[in-house]
Design a protein around this ligand. Structure first.
Ligand SMILES: [Zn+2]
Ligand SMILES: [Zn+2]
Ligand SMILES: [Zn+2]
Ligand SMILES: [Zn+2]
Ligand SMILES: [Zn+2]
Length: 575
């Protein structure tokens, strides 16, 4: 099939469906999308609450729990032990399919009735002591970690796929230990305040460095020891400089951070942080992959398009987080699944469509909260024959009687869930990180808004200015104090394992709450968007005469201050 230009029914902008895309839709037997890629991403994100948490009670055992569902969502929540336990039966919520009503209306009723896990994790199943984690599996002793698996002793971090002993990190995809405030850093040990580093040890404030030991405030160097601002020093001089910054103090770290931010702007960056890929990939932060288009923060994947934060993904489109999956489409976290379409937190499934929180199941359509089930529709059990007869009829009915949202968009078979049916207010979800909207704008576009985001303020027992500057002057009494964030004023506490970490790594007590620290890291991340640009290099000793003419797709917008190079020029300059 030839490329086709379509108009997005939501934003009315044109978008192109390419021959390969048609091939994919044909292969998985779904009709081509009617929303453009950006609107599809925004719609998925509006279903995903990453870090907005509430204190509520399990509605089965009554135990207090932390949850991503506010009271206003009216979602019944169970603690993880109860949810995974045998004390309830999701099939008891089963309903007959009503051919006189749109599918999304019926499915919404069911999905809201079925109890949800307070926080989506496998604590007590495959994870140990990881109660306060969200979208999390296969971990040990973790706290306040979001989107992670196969990790140990990690705190206050986001999207961590391997490693142990980390705090305040983001996008760590290969094994590392003892990292603090690091992003996209691999195979490193005892590194702080660094980004895009590989195999670095005992270092701090590095950007895009490899195989460095004992380096400080450097950018784009490799195989170095005792470097400061990319200059070589003796061990003694280096230690003197490092000590002069007083990184054990809050003001010392703030000063170094500012200096580092200014310092790295002088050094060229590669147009995309795409490493060790085979053949063509477009996007950013892609490694060990093949044939990816418009993907972001994705590794070890092939033949995917519009996938964000995916690892070990194959032949899939339109995913928001996920790992070890194949032939998945328009899903959020379809982990360890094959042919999981329109799934929200449904793991280890095969041939399932429109499911939320269904696990280890096969052949489901429009189900919620099922575990190890087969041939169910709207949580009702059918025989294989009945199921195979009914599903095509429902698909036909979905096309003849589509759901209409408040903005007049129609949802036939093949569309993800309407954003207006999300359990979350727009401001509770991940969507504003990529598509910021005011309350009025969000409501006008049909999103919900949460006016009661839970936060405590004014209860502090220790003011920020009264916290000792250096970690060396902190004792266990800090664990009893209620602190107040210097950014958002929110109250927060230091937990025992956190203090142990700060002491060992010589890190001052943070003056900002987790939410502000997380937001600051998100702001350092490039957008999930590509601009067509030209290499900025005009170096005379390079192969090109005059300005380099190589063009590329980059997540650095034209107006940004960074110096952006093509791969060749970058390699020549930096390595
Ligand atoms: Zn659109
Ligand atoms: Zn419970
Ligand atoms: Zn804050
Ligand atoms: Zn170039
Ligand atoms: Zn050049």
């Amino acid at each position: 099939m030839e490329a086709q230009t379509k108009q997005c029914q939501n934003c009315k902008q044109d978008f192109t469906i390419e021959p390969d895309d048609f091939g994919f839709y044909e292969k998985i037997k779904v009709p081509p999308p009617t929303f453009c890629p950006e609107c599809r991403r925004q719609r998925r994100l509006a279903w995903r609450n990453n870090v907005t948490l509430y204190n509520r009670s399990c509605e089965l055992c009554k135990k207090p729990v932390v949850t991503i569902y506010s009271k206003e969502s009216a979602i019944t929540i169970y603690c993880n032990k109860c949810w995974w336990g045998d004390g309830w039966d999701a099939l008891s919520y089963g309903q007959d399919y009503d051919f006189s009503r749109p599918f999304f209306e019926q499915y919404d009723e069911l999905a809201r009735k079925v109890p949800h896990m307070a926080l989506i994790n496998d604590d007590g199943i495959a994870s140990v002591n990881c109660e306060y984690t969200q979208d999390f599996a296969f971990g040990k002793n973790c706290y306040m970690v979001f989107i992670a698996w196969h990790i140990e002793s990690v705190m206050y971090s986001y999207f961590i796929l391997a490693g142990r002993d980390m705090m305040d990190c983001m996008n760590i995809r290969s094994k590392s230990e003892w990292l603090y405030e690091c992003m996209i850093t691999s195979l490193s040990y005892q590194v702080k305040y660094s980004r895009f580093c590989l195999a670095c040890i005992d270092s701090q404030f590095l950007y895009d460095c490899r195989d460095c030991t004992n380096c400080f405030m450097c950018a784009g160097i490799h195989n170095k020891k005792f470097c400061y601002k990319n200059e070589q020093y003796s061990e003694e001089e280096y230690n003197k400089i490092l000590a002069s910054y007083r990184l054990d103090t809050f003001s010392g770290v703030e000063k170094a951070q500012k200096e580092h931010d200014e310092f790295i702007l002088k050094y060229p960056r590669r147009f995309a942080d795409n490493l060790r890929n085979d053949g063509n990939v477009t996007g950013d932060v892609i490694s060990y992959s093949k044939n990816l288009k418009d993907c972001f923060i994705t590794k070890k994947s092939e033949n995917c398009r519009y996938c964000d934060l995916v690892s070990d993904g194959k032949d899939s489109y339109d995913l928001l987080n996920g790992g070890e999956l194949s032939e998945c489409y328009e899903s959020m976290t379809p982990d360890q699944s094959n042919r999981n379409f329109f799934g929200v937190y449904s793991w280890k499934n095969q041939d399932v469509q429109y499911t939320q929180h269904c696990h280890s199941s096969k052949s489901l359509f429009g189900c919620a909260g099922l575990k190890k089930n087969k041939y169910c529709i709207l949580n009702k059990q059918y025989t294989k024959e009945e199921y195979e007869e009914l599903v095509p009829k429902i698909i036909e009915q979905m096309n003849n009687m589509p759901y209409k949202d408040k903005n007049g968009n129609t949802y036939k078979y093949g569309e993800f869930y309407p954003a207006e049916l999300s359990c979350f207010g727009y401001n509770e979800t991940e969507a504003p990180e990529h598509f910021p909207l005011t309350k009025d704008e969000a409501l006008k576009k049909g999103y919900k808004w949460q006016d009661n985001i839970q936060r405590t303020t004014g209860k502090e027992t220790l003011k920020p200015e009264d916290i000792p500057e250096s970690i060396n002057d902190i004792d266990d009494s800090i664990l009893e104090e209620v602190l107040a964030c210097i950014g958002c004023k929110r109250n927060y506490k230091i937990v025992p394992n956190e203090l142990i970490f700060y002491k060992k790594m010589k890190i001052p007590i943070p003056r900002r709450c987790f939410y502000c620290r997380h937001e600051a890291r998100l702001k350092r991340r490039n957008p999930f968007k590509l601009w067509h640009r030209q290499c900025m290099c005009d170096k005379e000793n390079h192969l090109h005469k005059g300005k380099c003419e190589v063009e590329f797709e980059t997540s650095y917008a034209l107006e940004r201050p960074e110096i952006v190079y093509c791969e060749k020029c970058y390699q020549q300059e930096v390595y």
